[in-house]
Design a protein around this ligand. Structure first.
Ligand SMILES: Nc1ncnc2c1ncn2[C@@H]1O[C@H](COP(=O)(O)OP(=O)(O)O)[C@@H](O)[C@H]1O
Ligand code: SF4
Ligand SMILES: [Mg+2]
Length: 361
């Protein structure tokens, strides 16, 4: 089956996100007060190339699922553009929106709640075929068998119900359903977070194999940097609605330029206990504040061991490093003036102790 191309290929990227903002209005707190609002997504920018995986990472509440929903068209942005092959999908309506929905599919975190418990797997997997194509019943049956084989499930599973499958098997079925109409991009919103570690590895391997076979692109969302390291070509680290660091995976993992990225990486345990003891580690204190109470200036400043006076007063502007990493942190312009170097250069072994090497301006 071959689907019609979405639009003429105007851009080199499959997806190009520019200045994306999503603001939610909250309920009125008092009768006479105005309605407060939160920016769940606040001016983010990234691109995803053909056959590429972009890993989007951040703790719970950072706005990742809102980005996912914006990309698949489940919600509309307050501002900004999402170009898919050069076409701004935020302005699509009617049949062109339907074509977009076919080309960008989604896999959710919890496979059990993303399937109708009363429908067989075959019925659920064929649902996008019924919505987006005029395929005959017979062709749908054949396509479902093909898809089950593609994701490593026995075609005999077609008549099973979701509660007769394990979480890993059902997530494979969710991937089959997403693949049914040959999308160009699959948005994977924490696709392995609900699975045990060995099943996580199997599902990630499956996704990698499918990408090689089908040349599809992924937006792979996770709350843990260790999950996306091996699958992502590029990474974006989100904090309270903003991308604080983004760029090529290897540069970010080897030389994190933002304290939040460094802290997230350092929270991943190292298997060797000696290396674990000896390594320079940055500990992030506390929890993510609610979106409605976002701190002034740099939103990470209430948890950052390097915070300076300027961090409370001014939002950090982007700094682009020689490795094409974009980082938003005053440390690159003020204090130690890192100018793109890794924030790890400020850490002394075996643990943090580095805030005193940062001179506030
Ligand atoms: N429909 C909504 N109405 C109001 N606020 C919302 C809504 N959806 C998300 N938010 C806000 O956006 C924040 C980010 O949510 P989400 O995108 O689900 O983050 P993540 O997936 O990173 O956990 C939430 O903490 C919440 O404050
Ligand atoms: S801008 Fe300041 S508070 Fe924010 S991450 Fe950088 S040093 Fe820390
Ligand atoms: Mg989420």
């Amino acid at each position: 089956m071959t689907l019609a191309p979405l639009t003429p290929d105007l851009s080199t990227s499959l997806v190009d996100v520019r200045g994306l903002v999503k603001e939610f209005r909250l309920p009125r707190v008092a009768l006479r007060s105005g309605r407060p609002s939160v920016k769940a997504v606040d001016g983010i920018e990234f691109g995803i190339g053909e056959s590429e995986t972009y890993g989007l990472v951040g703790e719970s509440g950072s706005g990742k699922s809102t980005v996912a929903r914006l990309l698949v068209g489940l919600t509309t942005p307050t501002a900004g553009q999402i170009q898919v092959r050069g076409q701004d999908i935020t302005r699509l309506r009617g049949s062109t929106l339907r074509v977009h929905r076919r080309n960008v599919q989604m896999v959710f975190q919890d496979p059990y709640s993303s399937f109708d418990p009363t429908a067989t797997l075959a019925d659920s997997i064929a649902e996008p075929l019924r919505t987006h194509t005029s395929m005959s019943k017979q062709a749908q049956v054949a396509r479902v068998s093909e898809l089950l084989g593609l994701v490593g499930l026995d075609p005999g599973y077609r008549d099973r119900f979701p509660n007769q499958l394990s979480g890993g098997q059902l997530q494979r079925a969710a991937i089959a359903r997403a693949l049914a109409v040959e999308p160009r991009l699959i948005v994977l919103d924490e696709p392995v977070s609900a699975l045990d570690v060995s099943t996580q590895a199997q599902v990630i391997n499956l996704l990698e194999d499918l990408q090689k076979k089908l040349s599809i692109s992924y937006l792979f969302i996770a709350h843990d940097l260790s999950v996306v390291e091996h699958v992502s070509d590029r990474i974006g680290v989100m904090y309270l609605g903003q991308l604080v660091e983004s760029g090529p995976t290897e540069a970010i993992y080897e030389r994190p330029a933002h304290p939040y990225t460094s802290g997230l990486l350092d929270s991943i345990p190292v298997p060797d206990p000696h290396a674990q003891r000896e390594r320079r580690a940055l500990k992030i204190r506390g929890d993510v504040p609610p979106m409605a109470l976002r701190p002034s200036g740099c939103s990470f400043r209430t948890r950052c061991p390097f915070a300076m006076d300027v961090c409370a007063d001014e939002e950090p502007q982007p700094f682009v490093t020689t490795e094409a990493v974009t980082v938003r942190c005053h440390l690159h312009f003020h204090g130690p003036r890192l100018l793109g170097r890794s924030v790890r250069t400020l850490l002394s072994p075996p643990t943090v102790g580095a805030p005193d090497v940062v001179s506030a301006e």
